[in-house]
Structure formats: C-alpha cells, structure tokens
Design a protein around this ligand. Structure first.
Ligand code: ADP
Length: 261
C-alpha cells in the first residue's frame, strides 16, 4: 500500500476545481464510462466548465469515447500535465500514456504515483466539475483512489439486472469509510425505446431493479437512462451522444439533462 495515506489522513483538494464527483460501479460493463462522459457533456451543455479524470486503469476508455485515441498530453513550463481537450471538455486518462493493446499491470506504489500525478500535477484550470471515472468494483484500490483527494460526492451506476444488493452495500460502505457523500444511484439501460415508437418501453433487463435497491439501501434514485442505438454508436465513434444536438428531445437526451440538474 506504499504511496497511499491511511484512512482518515488529511485529504488534499485539487486546486481550482469547485466540485469533484466520482462515478463508480460494482461491476464492469454496466455503462459507467458512458455515463461519465455523457454526464460531463450534459453539464457542459448547461454552460459549466468540466473535466474528466479517467481513473479506470483496467479499461481506460475515455480516449476512445472522446475520439482522441492518438492524442498525447503536453506539459507546460511548470512541468504540469495539460489535459487533452475534446468537444469542449478536458480529460486525462491512463489510456493516453500506454499503447492500446498493452497489458499493463499497475502495482500499488506505481499506481499511487501515477494517480497522484493525475490528481495534483494536471493543470485543469478553473473547473466547475471534475468527474472521476473510477475502475469498476469497490475494493482497496478504489478506496485508495477516493481517499487520495477530497471527493465531494459519488454516484453508483448499475443496470437493473446487475444490481446486487450486497455489492452495492459494500460500495456505499467504501465511500462512507472515507467520508464521501453518496448522491445515490443511476440506473443505466433501464429500457429500450424503439425509434419508430418513442412511447413504447421494453424492459430488457427487468423493471425497477435499481429503484428497489435504492429503497432497500436508503439511498436516492437519481434517474434512469434508456438504451438507444445512437448512444452506443456515439461511444464507438468518439462523438458522445450528449455532444450532438441532433439528439435533443430524445428519451436518452432528456434523461441526461435531468441528471445534470
Ligand atoms: P463500463 O464503463 O461500466 O465498463 P461502458 O460505459 O463501457 O461500461 O458500456 C458498455 C457498453 O454498453 C458500451 O459499448 C456502451 O456503448 C454501451 N452502452 C452503455 N450504456 C448504454 C445505453 N444506455 N444504451 C446503449 N448502449 C449503451
């Protein structure tokens, strides 16, 4: 655990950032990164200055999601790392420093070092929101990450199917341990809406899973994001759904704008 402070150690605040929000999930593949990037875009759409710290060391997907797979971050004269700009937000990612097909095994001290650099040696400038896309799961590593700095709030993303009460409870305990307030849970892939009938909902992964978990765990249900083909396509092509006004008024668009409120 070298490189990480003990639980309860004084946390350092990231300079010039008003709100630090951690996005977490108990499992991989539930859409945590998709939510992070589109939430960032929604906040940007509302006029806020937004940054994304992609701390997902297992699958750093921000360079792909933001269409910046080839980008290399520069440094300024003070040797601070400059985040990469994409579609009006700034981001930094482990993926920008490794080859895409590299199998990188980050061990404690090294990981701690890189993460510290990401937190404190990046010149974010003035930000209203910094969104931290955490690695999936709620183990020691995630704990070290959220205790390394002052995180103002956390959200947990799940699909209605993948919400395991036990895992989610563990996740909540993790944030409580380091005094990070949990805003609540976001349900992703809540239902599918066909293009030719926006009033129809198909509950592919079951209905109400996350809402039920929230009432069981006494945490807030923050909203549900439907499935849409365009959302997946936007992610695959590096143009996040919420960065394109072509989607304005669609169910996914409205769900994200509501979340950003
Ligand atoms: P995680 O970060 O939790 O591993 P991702 O954000 O990478 O998950 O999402 C997994 C896959 O599901 C991606 O291909 C993504 O484009 C897709 N996806 C996520 N949310 C939705 C949604 N609401 N509708 C359609 N596709 C989605």
């Amino acid at each position: 655990k070298a490189g990480h402070g003990p639980v309860g150690a004084t946390k350092k605040r990231i300079p010039n950032v008003k709100n630090v929000l951690a996005v977490s999930s108990c499992k991989g593949g539930v859409g945590k990164s998709t939510v992070s990037v589109n939430l960032a875009m929604s906040l940007k759409n509302k006029g806020y200055k937004v940054g994304i710290l992609d701390a997902d060391i297992y699958g750093p997907s921000m360079p792909m999601l933001l269409g910046k797979r080839e980008a290399k971050p520069a440094a300024n004269e003070q040797k601070k790392i400059l985040p990469v700009e994409a579609l009006g937000v700034h981001f930094i990612s482990f993926g920008l420093f490794i080859q895409e097909d590299d199998a990188v095994i980050w061990r404690g001290p090294m990981l701690g070092g890189v993460l510290n650099q990401f937190l404190f040696d990046v010149e974010w400038g003035e930000l209203d929101y910094l969104i931290i896309d955490l690695p999936p799961g709620t183990g020691d590593m995630q704990l070290s990450m959220v205790q390394a700095t002052e995180v103002d709030a956390a959200v947990v993303v799940s699909t209605p199917q993948e919400v395991a009460l036990l895992d989610t409870r563990k996740g909540m305990k993790m944030f409580e341990k380091v005094n990070v307030p949990i805003l609540g849970m976001i349900e992703n892939m809540s239902y599918f809406v066909p293009d030719d009938n926006l009033d129809k909902k198909y509950f592919i992964f079951g209905e109400g899973g996350v809402k039920n978990a929230c009432s069981e765990l006494k945490t807030d249900f923050l909203g549900e994001i439907p499935m849409e083909i365009a959302l997946r396509v936007g992610s695959d092509t590096g143009v996040p759904y919420m960065s394109s006004s072509a989607h304005e008024g669609r169910p996914v668009w409205n769900a994200y704008m509501e979340l950003a409120n």
